[in-house]
Design a protein around this ligand. Structure first.
Ligand code: AMP
Length: 454
C-alpha cells in the first residue's frame, strides 16, 4: 500500500498528517499528489468526502515551502476559489492544519463580513488566499489584492460554482491570472459546460476521477418514506426518537422551510439550529460550532449552506424534502459516511416530489428502499398552534397526522423494502384522487392509496 512518505511529501507535512491521524492516502491523494508535485495541471472529478482538499493542499504546501519566496505587497502565491464561505473556511483550515509545521501563511476571504480585516490580511503579501469569487473581485477592484504573482490556482467544486451563477466572475478572475501557472480544477460532475470551462483553463491536464457519483453513495444505507407534506414534521419527530441517530443533518429545500422545521422542533423541546443564506455569519458559525462540538445533535440546512460542511460522525442525513437537482441529493447524503465511515440517509417523499425521486434514482442508478411510515404519529400540538398563528384569518390548519395507527399499516407498516413490486402494482391500479391536497378527512383515504405506489 502506498504511504504518504512514498508520495514524496516533506517531513513537516508528514508530521502534521500523523498528528491528524491520517494513516494512508485516499485514492484521489494517491493518484493526484505525484503529478501535482511534478507540476502538472489536474482535472479531478471528485466530491467532498474523498479527501480532495488534502489532494491539492499537500502538494501546494510542498511547492510553496520548497520555492521559498515572499509574495509582494497585496499579492499571493496560491489562490483557491470555492463556492461557499463554509467550504472556503474549511479549505483554509486544512491549509493551516497540514502546514502547521511550515512557515506558510494563509487567509480566507468571503462576503457577508466587513472587508477591512481581509484587506489587512493580504496587505503585506500572503502565500495562500482561499476565496469565494464575489469578495475576491471586490478586493481586486479595490486594488487590495492583485493576482499577478499567482503560481498555483485551484478552482474547487466547479459544477456548484456554475449552479450558483459564478461563471462570469470566474472568467473575470481568470483574465487576471498569469498565463504561467499550475492549475487544478475539481468538480463532482462533468457535464459539457464544465468540461469546456476546464479545457479553457488547463494545459495538458492529468485526469483523475474517483468515486463517480453512482458509487460514492454505495456505502450509505438509503431509505425513502412516502409521506404527505403535512405529516413530515411529525415523521421527523418520530424518527428522532431513535437513539441511533446520534448526529444528523436535516435538509430543507428552502430557507423558510429550514426555519420552520427548527421552530417546530424547538416547540417540541428538541434543540436544533438552522443555517442558510439569510443567517448572519455569526449565527452560522455558532450553529456549526454547536453541531461540531456535539452540543447540538441536529443541524437544519439548505443545500447551499450545507455545501462542503465537513463534520465527522454525522450518522444520518434526513431529507425533509427532496432536492430538485438530483446531484444535490448525492451532495446531501455525502455529509454522512465521511472519511470511510458508513452512514444512513432517510428521505421523506411527498406525492409532488416523485419526479425528483425518479431523477435521483436514475442518477445513482439504483432504486432506494422504502421504509414504512412510522407508526403512532400524533398531532403535534405545538405545531398546530404555530400554524394556526401563521395561517390567515386564524383558520384551523388542515388536519395533520391524526389518522389512526391502523391506517399506517395500510401505508406500508410492516411492508418490507423488497415488497416493492407488489406495491407498485397496487399503486398503478389506484385511481388518482381529483381533490387538491389538504382538505379534510376524505383525503386521508385517497392519500393512503396514492402513497402506496411510486
Ligand atoms: P474532503 O474530501 O477534502 O472534504 O475530505 C473529507 C474528510 O476526510 C476530511 O474530514 C479530511 O480530514 C479527511 N481525510 C482526508 N484525507 C484523509 C486521509 N488520508 N486519511 C484519513 N482522513 C482523511
Amino acid at each position: 500500500m502506498t504511504t504518504f512518505t512514498d508520495l514524496g511529501l516533506p517531513a513537516p507535512i508528514l508530521k502534521a498528517l500523523a498528528a491528524e491521524g491520517y494513516e494512508n492516502p485516499t485514492p484521489i491523494q494517491e493518484q493526484s499528489i505525484p503529478h501535482l508535485l511534478a507540476g502538472s495541471d489536474l482535472l479531478g472529478v471528485a466530491q467532498t468526502g474523498t479527501g480532495k482538499t488534502a489532494a491539492f493542499a499537500l502538494p501546494m504546501l510542498t511547492h510553496l515551502n520548497k520555492i521559498n519566496r515572499q509574495a509582494g505587497p497585496r499579492a499571493c502565491r496560491a489562490l483557491v476559489l470555492a463556492p461557499t464561505r463554509e467550504l472556503a473556511s474549511q479549505i483554509q483550515a486544512s491549509f493551516a492544519t497540514y502546514g502547521k509545521f511550515l512557515r506558510i501563511t494563509s487567509t480566507v476571504v468571503f462576503g457577508g463580513v466587513p472587508i477591512g480585516k481581509q484587506i489587512r490580511a493580504v496587505a503585506n503579501g500572503i502565500d495562500v488566499v482561499v476565496a469565494t469569487p464575489g469578495r475576491l473581485l471586490d478586493l481586486m477592484d479595490q486594488r487590495a489584492l492583485t493576482l499577478g504573482e499567482v503560481e498555483l490556482f485551484v478552482l474547487d467544486e466547479a459544477d456548484r460554482m456554475l449552479d450558483m451563477g459564478f461563471v462570469r466572475d470566474i472568467k473575470r478572475i481568470l483574465t487576471k491570472l498569469p498565463a504561467r501557472r499550475q492549475t487544478l480544477f475539481f468538480s463532482a460532475t462533468m457535464p459539457k459546460e464544465i468540461a469546456d470551462l476546464a479545457s479553457s483553463m488547463l494545459t495538458k491536464p492529468v485526469q483523475v476521477a474517483v468515486t463517480p457519483v453512482a458509487s460514492t453513495v454505495d456505502r450509505i444505507a438509503q431509505h425513502i418514506i412516502f409521506c404527505p407534506t403535512r405529516q413530515k414534521q411529525a415523521v421527523l419527530h418520530k424518527l428522532l426518537e431513535d437513539s441511533k441517530i446520534e448526529r444528523a443533518v436535516v435538509f430543507s429545500r428552502t430557507k423558510h422551510g429550514a426555519d420552520r422545521i427548527a421552530k417546530h422542533l424547538a416547540a417540541a423541546g428538541i434543540p436544533a439550529d438552522a443555517i442558510h443564506g439569510n443567517k448572519s455569519q455569526g449565527q452560522r458559525e455558532r450553529a456549526m460550532a454547536a453541531f461540531r462540538s456535539g452540543k447540538s445533535r441536529l443541524l437544519i440546512a439548505t443545500d447551499i449552506a450545507a455545501r462542503g460542511i465537513d463534520v465527522d460522525g454525522v450518522t444520518h442525513v434526513i431529507n425533509f424534502d427532496l432536492p430538485n437537482i438530483a446531484e444535490s441529493y448525492v451532495h446531501r447524503i455525502g455529509r454522512t459516511a465521511r472519511a470511510g465511515a458508513d452512514g444512513e440517509a432517510i428521505s421523506m417523499v411527498a406525492d409532488d416530489e416523485r419526479s425528483y425521486l425518479r431523477d435521483i434514482e436514475r442518477l445513482i442508478r439504483r432504486r432506494i428502499d422504502i421504509m414504512p411510515l412510522p407508526e403512532g404519529l400524533t398531532v403535534l400540538p405545538a405545531l398546530v398552534e404555530a400554524e394556526r398563528q401563521e395561517s390567515p384569518r386564524g383558520q384551523r390548519p388542515p388536519r395533520r397526522s391524526g389518522a389512526p395507527a391502523g391506517a399506517h399499516a395500510n401505508h406500508g407498516g410492516g411492508r418490507r423494502p423488497d415488497d416493492r413490486r407488489a406495491v407498485e402494482g397496487a399503486g398503478a391500479a389506484a385511481p388518482r384522487p381529483s381533490r387538491a391536497p389538504g382538505n379534510g378527512p376524505a383525503r386521508d383515504g385517497a392519500q393512503r392509496t396514492r402513497f402506496q405506489g411510486r
